[in-house]
Design a protein around this ligand. Sequence first.
Ligand SMILES: N[C@@H](CCC(=O)N[C@@H](CS)C(=O)NCC(=O)O)C(=O)O
Length: 211
Amino acid sequence: MKLYDYPQAPNPRRVNIFLAEKGIQVERVPIDLMKGEQLTPEYRAKNPACDIPMLELDDGTCISQIRAICRYFEEIHPATPLLGSTPTEKALCEMWEHLAFMNGLLAVAEVFRNTAKGFADRAVVGPHNYPQSAELAERGRARVANFFTDFDKQLQGRDYVAGDFYSMADITTLVTCDFAKWIKAEIPAECTRLKAWYGRIAARPAVQANS
Ligand SMILES: N[C@@H](CCC(=O)N[C@@H](CS)C(=O)NCC(=O)O)C(=O)O
């Protein structure tokens, strides 16, 4: 199988950390987002969502969307579970990973893509072009600030985002905190739980290897 990758970008990094945690090696196919290689007819034919990462299985099946890709790897490599072990853990992991993506990573992206010069008509990832909006960028900043305080609160009395187990929810949250630096947003000093958690997760070898 092949993983279509652009390791500099935040979303592919989520899968790269996930795979490193599990010790899975996969052949990589580089797709240069700066050159627009995700929008070529060849790539579009494999992944109509025109995003990265994307996993192509040996039988030609193409799987995009990180939650789907990680689900696939969790099923074929269940050792070192990263999507939870019990029904409750699985649900909590999915819940908090989704919240980190929706309210964190997409909020940062809302600021970044609506302000960066190179994204003039590419404010939204995907096959369709959308213009930038200064109002969405401003709203995104407010959302990022709330993401930090909401996740700081979630970490009260918990070692990890979804509970007492390390999971994909931590990976997406950590990648979001790092992506926030692209818009010059840092974990606020008063978010002491989030800061302490960040220090522990960032020190993990799988994270260090994908930094
Ligand atoms: N919802 C997607 C997000 C993937 C995504 O947004 N990837 C970005 C890179 S961080 C991308 O492919 N961007 C292409 C573009 O900017 O046109 C997933 O879960 O896989």
